[in-house]
Design a protein. Structure first.
Lengths: 481, 254
């Protein structure tokens, strides 16, 4: 099961044939990790000295750390010296020249998702015309944001253009020594998004990595930082709902959210990376650290739909530091075939009158394992806090597993913490009922699963919700019968 | 329309139907009566193609087509509708959503244009009135938290929306109060026409006061032991099922 390091290497190995040192145009470093590699990454990005220092500090932390083993996932050890740590966007001559060169299976998926042809090209990494609509879309988009004072750019650009903001907030929510993968990311992160919304500004549009074209080829170690200044609001959409072309790779991202007094951040993810094939060969190892901090009366809401990756290890969390702050986590995690997911959240109540809500829906099919792991922690000084958690699991077939590990730690007697969990199986009765009404078996399953996920889908922005529904249907193909 | 010849069927390993023969023509209403465990519901489920119900011998044709190899959804698309004895709850899926998917699946199968949201809503609101169902029910999850009567009315609403050629009602009347029974029967009667047939599986004669059947069949131990017109139902009401069984055993001894 899962991917072996050799396989990862095999793929990465193909990439770096030309080598970073001998041919700069290919922009890929040879495998291996040491201080020189980190210095090279930093230099390539023309980073300030303090950034390099932080990277090296993180690297030294990482060297002292051991691979976390508590998660309910099973995979062969990863050899971190066999991975290449930098692969910048390739120049257009390296890109595929037309859709004919793209894996037909992938195109089929795009078609089912109703993604327009030009966007298909972009997603698949096909070189697009200079006159391509999205270029102008992106330009208008940038102007609108600029007028509102919103900064939205690649992290590497932010490091050059807005170093004071980055220096102040980067690593303030997820310190470099936080965990093994976060430390690795802090040492070698390639790029990602930076967002700053000024005081009192309601970001005029939903921000999405999709529109930031230069992020479409972002490497395995993304770093995203969103800062919402006092009283501001921003909604951020992450990921595209199409599988990436790259297979067999380790993906260790870090996302940090800072919601200052009275601010609100809504962060939505639809993750559909390559899950591996029916036999569990290939697929992405998705080890992600996502955390937000809420100052007084601020609100952070995570919504995630996770259908891809061979392994998902991800716990978007909220530190409710300020009084009256609110944290929310809405999650759908679907695993099919041999996929494994260990995902959930942490809600840390530090301020008084803080509230958190956790709604988690896990769906397991095939021989997949799906785990909810969540922590609700109420510190001693946090008065009158409330948490409501609901974890529902749905099983398709009898060879998959659903697991729930809630950790609840309450140090203040005024807290109200509720936890509800259910596990159910898609009933033969339900399937027969819908089939008797004319629906094919797969459509019936899809309808039932979408119904199961409704409470989470309603939190997604409209277009995302539609895509997420379509995606669930596709991910479940062949799960019954 | 429906032709059942010498049908034998098992539920699991247990033989339940033991040689049923029945002809249903377009426009007709047939009532299937009989004591508990006689095989009435099994017959309804076999017609709809439920998984655990295995036909061991005999044949069923529907409008000339062999029904047995067809999947349940294909039978539904061919025009067979089963109103369930125990309608199933589907959390998070609204009535409107489910029915839109159903109606359009069937329309696609028949080569008709799918209904868009506007036409569909107009249609379902109109049909909901005929079964005296409040609009809010349309947006609630399928059967979730519905009372027994509401579930059965919902079945009739679905039948009205899907306009089947053959409607099979599996004990739709059981557990209904008199008002709900009237509404359910009204819904069926409104759908009666020369091209459509009904098979009413029922335990009680009461339903037949509201829906006049053309034929009444009595099922016992997996066989039709007597067929007649509506008067047979009345006689059963009067004398109970034991009466026919006794007559049969007398006949058998002679």
């Amino acid at each position: 099961m899962g991917t072996s390091a050799e396989e990862i290497n095999g793929l990465v190995g193909r990439e770096y044939k030309e080598g970073f040192v001998t041919d700069i145009a290919s922009d890929t470093l040879p495998p291996g990790l040491d201080e020189t590699v980190i210095e090279t990454i930093s230099a390539h990005k023309q980073e300030p000295q303090w950034m390099l220092d932080r990277r090296l500090e993180a690297y030294h932390n990482w060297q002292q750390m051991t691979l976390p083993e508590w998660a309910h996932v099973d995979y062969k050890p990863i050899d971190f010296q066999e991975i290449s740590y930098f692969s910048a966007p390739k120049s257009s001559k390296d890109k595929l020249q037309s859709l004919d060169e793209v894996d037909p299976k992938l195109l089929e998926t795009y078609k089912k998702l109703g993604i327009p042809l030009e966007e298909q090209k972009m997603l698949a990494g096909v070189a697009v015309d200079a006159v391509f609509d999205s270029v102008s879309v992106a330009t208008t988009f940038k102007q609108t944001l600029f007028d509102a004072g919103v900064i939205f750019c690649p992290m590497s650009e932010a490091l050059r253009e807005h170093p004071e903001l980055v220096q102040r907030y980067l690593g303030s929510v997820v310190p470099s020594g936080d965990n093994f993968y976060a430390a690795l990311n802090s040492a070698v992160f390639s790029d990602g998004s930076f967002v700053y919304v000024p005081k009192g500004v309601r970001c005029p549009m939903e921000l999405s990595t999709y529109f930031r074209i230069n992020a479409s080829n972002t490497g395995q170690f993304e770093r995203t930082l969103i800062v919402a200044d006092e009283g501001s609001y921003v909604s951020y959409l992450e990921g595209c709902s199409a599988p990436q072309r790259d297979e067999n790779q380790l993906h260790a991202a870090v996302v940090e959210l800072v919601a200052l007094k009275g601010a609100e951040i809504k962060y939505s993810t639809v993750q559909n990376w390559y899950p591996g094939d029916e036999e569990g060969r290939g697929g992405i190892y998705n080890f992600v650290t996502k955390r937000g901090i809420c100052h007084e009366a601020a609100k952070i809401s995570w919504t995630q739909v996770e259908t891809g990756s061979a392994i998902t290890w991800k716990y978007p969390s909220v530190v409710l530091q300020g009084d009256r702050s609110v944290g929310e986590f809405y999650s759908v995690a679907l695993t099919n075939n041999l996929q494994q997911a260990d995902t959930g959240t942490k809600m840390i109540h530090i301020g008084s009158n803080t509230r958190s809500t956790i709604i988690s829906k896990g769906i397991s099919a095939g021989r997949a394992q799906n785990t909810y792991r969540g922590q609700v922690k109420v510190l001693a000084k946090a008065q009158n806090t409330r948490n409501y958690s609901q974890c529902d699991s749905l099983l398709l077939g009898d060879r998959c597993g659903a697991h729930t590990f809630p950790y609840i730690e309450v140090q203040n007697p005024t807290a109200q913490v509720e936890h509800e969990a259910t596990t159910s199986r898609i009933g033969e009765d339900q399937l027969f009922y819908l089939r008797q009404r004319g629906l094919a078996e797969e459509d019936a399953v899809s309808l039932i699963v979408n119904g199961f996920c409704k409470e989470v889908f309603k939190e997604l922005p409209m277009e995302f919700a539609v895509e997420a529904q379509a995606l669930l249907g596709i991910s479940l193909e062949g799960a019954v019968g | 329309m429906l032709s059942i010849k010498n049908l034998y069927a098992n539920v699991g390993d247990k033989p339940i139907l033991k040689g049923i023969t029945l002809q249903v023509k377009a426009g007709e209403v047939h009532a299937i009566m009989g004591p508990n465990g006689s095989g009435k519901s099994t017959l309804a489920n076999v017609l709809a193609g439920r998984d655990d119900y295995r036909v061991t011998a005999g044949e069923i044709t529907f409008n000339g087509k062999d029904l047995l190899p067809l999947a349940p959804e294909v039978r539904a698309c061919e025009g067979i509708f089963l109103a369930f004895q125990y309608p199933v709850e589907i959390p998070g899926v609204s009535n409107v959503n489910m029915l839109k998917a159903s109606v359009n699946a069937i329309r696609r199968y028949r080569g008709d244009k799918e209904l868009d949201a506007i036409d569909f809503l107009a249609l379902i609101k109109d049909k909901a009135r005929t079964v005296e169902m409040k609009q809010e029910f349309l947006y609630r999850s399928v059967n979730e938290g519905f009372s027994g009567g509401e579930k059965k009315r919902n079945e009739i609403l679905q039948m009205a929306m899907l306009e089947p050629r053959l409607g099979i009602l599996d004990e739709t009347d059981s557990g209904l109060d008199i008002d709900a029974l009237r509404v359910v029967a009204g819904g069926v009667n409104a759908l009666r026409n020369p091209d459509r047939a009904f098979v009413l599986v029922t335990h009680y004669q009461r339903l037949l006061d509201y829906i006049q059947p053309d034929f009444v069949h009595v099922l016992a131990d997996g066989r039709i032991i007597r067929s007649g017109d509506k008067s047979l139902a009345l006689e059963l009401e009067d004398k109970g099922y034991g009466w026919i069984e006794q007559e049969r055993s007398v006949e058998a001894r002679i």
